[in-house]
Design a protein around this ligand. Structure first.
Ligand code: AMP
Length: 619
């Protein structure tokens, strides 16, 4: 793609100022394509995944052109998760620093609604919301969308996957017809297409496609890491790899300086390379790398363009590149002159899709690597310590040192081995040979520690398949799951979709994690993994579904409050099963069954398989 600057795109001066502050050097491919379309006021369909710079692709033009002089929201962004809504809100706030009167607010499930009600009263210009919670606010009348000039659906396929599409449609109906619309999605399943057709009107489409390119001579690996552990992971990787010259790619100018400084502080010989540095300084840095006076260069794509240093034997993509083209260009900085090179890509769970795109475009699988452990680092350090000592042995360490050591041993009255051990221990103080390193927790999507690895980043179909594969325990509940009660049922016009949407939206539990749902007239039941943390269960206790309090609680044999004719039924073969499987067995079959003479519970409330009492907080 042709080289372009942010200043060529027609963004407002205030927004350009913010982009400069953010340290962005050039627009990413999706930004180059999407910004002009949105600036012209057109609707946009963007096929792009996280990591491509899509947030700035829609925020920068909309912040440049919308009128924020009213007291109600001018811009609305819908996101599938609260993490993303917070992240997008932070990004938009940073791009809007120089625009007077622009206030952003993230509105998401799981946060006390009272806090949001208060905040919404403060002239919010940009609302970034998860659909369920926003719908709640719309119903309460706490937010007015009457003056929304632009609406963005971010990660539409994820919203669909989490069961939010109905909510999204309800929200879109509240938006003025004249509002500009943009929809971003990494994939285009049929349901997203339908939303596009129904609500996007006339639109232009931009997409980031993986251009096929082959990479030879380069051993490629990736490491899955949480964003907050990237630096720690980087230092471990750098220590555990055997490399000559190393090139590390980051996204922004600031990051080149920050990462280089932090590496230096940890004893690495590193320097930054960005467009901020004068040409002579850049040349000097590259020369030092060539001559072996410098081991590590931390660079942006722009600054590293065309670097041709044979010594570079490892390229680390600390930040995932925007597209395949830049990935191929980056790793092509190693494996020069017929040598074999190594490339390591850092991927955060949310960026998993970009990894897949790169693999597809290069037609090569990228092998995963494990986070180097403390033991591995220790072995490396011991190995290089030994090497250094042995090299110096052959050099001979001089008579004066021998005399000193002899004197010391005699003075202390200890054998030479004792003295050598003490000296070794002193010599390694700044970089311990046997470091005590914490194991980094596995990187999991959205910090869900209970999430099964195999459900990472899978689509709706795959999730369904996994659900089917789960085994059912003796009590009719899926193995490893617990059954929960919800005080909403058909009478409240609640569908299983609403339940999945509410749970996913409030807690961040993905739809893949949500087990079977059974819907009755006045209540429903849902199965969730036993490993769902207490904090999330507490969030779910507070949630509402279609505007009704969920009354979420673990199923017990005691009747929930307000339900009088409580009868535990023998079986529930006549259940209105919404489950994805057929009949269930229940432990109830082995127990005496009590029935009320008058109205059986099933008639008044449907039927239910309640469990033995178990309380929250047992974990
Ligand atoms: P996104 O795909 O929107 O999640 O963005 C991924 C990351 O890229 C974020 O950390 C952004 O701050 C960063 N980013 C977006 N656009 C640019 C750019 N033009 N130059 C450098 N970094 C960028």
């Amino acid at each position: 793609m042709e080289e372009m600057n942010f200043s060529d795109l027609g963004l407002s001066p205030q927004v350009l100022e913010a982009v400069q502050k953010a340290g962005y050097e050039v627009p990413s491919p999706i930004q180059q394509k999407a910004i002009p379309v949105l600036l012209k006021g057109k609707n946009l369909l963007g096929t792009a995944q996280t990591g491509t710079g899509k947030t700035a692709a829609f925020s920068l033009p909309l912040l440049s052109k919308l009128d924020f002089s009213h007291s109600t929201p001018a811009m609305l962004v819908l996101t599938p998760t609260r993490e993303l809504s917070i992240q997008v809100a932070e990004a938009i706030q940073s791009f809007a620093v120089a625009i007077p009167k622009v206030r952003t607010l993230a509105v998401y499930g799981g946060q006390d609604i009272g806090v949001q009600l208060k905040a919404l009263k403060r002239n919010i210009s940009v609302v970034i919301a998860t659909p369920g919670r926003l719908l709640d606010h719309i119903r309460r009348g706490s937010v007015s969308l009457a003056r929304v000039q632009a609406v963005v659906l971010d990660e539409a396929d994820e919203m669909l996957d989490m069961g939010f599409m109905e909510d999204v449609e309800s929200i879109l109906k509240e938006i003025p017809k004249t509002a500009q619309r943009a929809l971003f999605s990494a994939t285009m399943p049929e349901a997203v297409r339908q939303i596009v057709e129904r609500y996007l009107g006339e639109y232009e489409e931009v997409r980031i496609e993986g251009k096929t390119a082959t990479v030879e001579n380069i051993n490629q690996r990736y490491i899955m890491v949480r964003p907050q552990h990237k630096l720690e992971a980087l230092t471990r990787v750098l220590e555990s790899e055997t490399a000559d010259g190393i090139l590390i790619f980051v996204r922004t100018k600031q990051e080149t300086a920050e990462v280089a400084e932090k590496l230096e502080a940890r004893g690495f010989n590193a320097a930054p390379l960005s467009g901020d540095l004068a040409q002579t300084l850049r040349e000097r840095t590259i020369n030092r790398l060539k001559l072996g006076k410098l081991d590590i260069v931390v660079a942006t794509d722009v600054a590293a363009r065309g670097i041709d240093v044979d010594r570079i034997s490892l390229v680390v993509n600390y930040d995932v590149p925007y597209d395949t083209e830049s990935y191929v260009h980056r790793i092509g900085r190693t494996g020069r002159a017929g040598r074999t090179g190594n490339a390591i890509l850092f991927v955060t769970p949310r960026e998993r899709r970009l990894l897949k795109m790169i693999e597809k475009a290069t037609r090569q699988p990228i092998a995963s690597m494990d986070m180097p452990t403390g033991l591995q680092i220790s072995e490396k350090r011991v190995e290089s310590f030994k090497k250094k000592v042995l090299e110096n042995l052959s050099n001979g360490s001089g008579e004066k040192f021998k005399e000193l050591v002899q004197d010391l041993a005699e003075e202390a009255g200890v054998p030479l081995i004792e003295l050598a051990a003490t000296l070794t221990s002193l010599a390694q103080e700044s970089q311990p040979l046997f470091p005590e390193m914490q194991e980094l927790p596995p990187a999991e999507e959205r910090g869900k520690q209970f999430k099964a690895e195999k459900t990472f980043g899978l689509g709706a179909e795959e999730n369904k398949r996994l659900r089917k594969e789960r085994k059912e325990g003796l009590d009719g509940i899926e193995e490893g799951f617990l059954r929960y009660y919800l005080g909403v049922g058909r009478k409240h016009h609640v569908s299983p979709r609403d339940i999945v949407g509410a749970i996913a939206g409030e807690s961040g539990i993905s739809s893949a994690e949500i087990g079977r749902i059974k819907l009755f007239d006045k209540f429903s039941t849902v199965e969730l993994p036993e490993t769902v943390p207490e904090a999330l269960l507490q969030i779910l206790e507070q949630m509402s579904i279609r505007g009704n309090p969920s009354k979420f609680r673990l199923m017990t044999e005691e009747a929930p409050k307000g339900i009088k004719d409580f009868v535990v039924r023998r079986s529930f073969s006549q259940d209105s099963l919404v489950s994805r499987r057929g009949k269930s067995k229940t432990r109830r079959e082995e127990r005496p069954v009590s029935r009320k003479k008058e109205k059986p519970f099933r008639e008044s409330h449907g039927d239910t398989p309640f469990r033995k009492t178990r309380r929250f907080g047992r974990r």
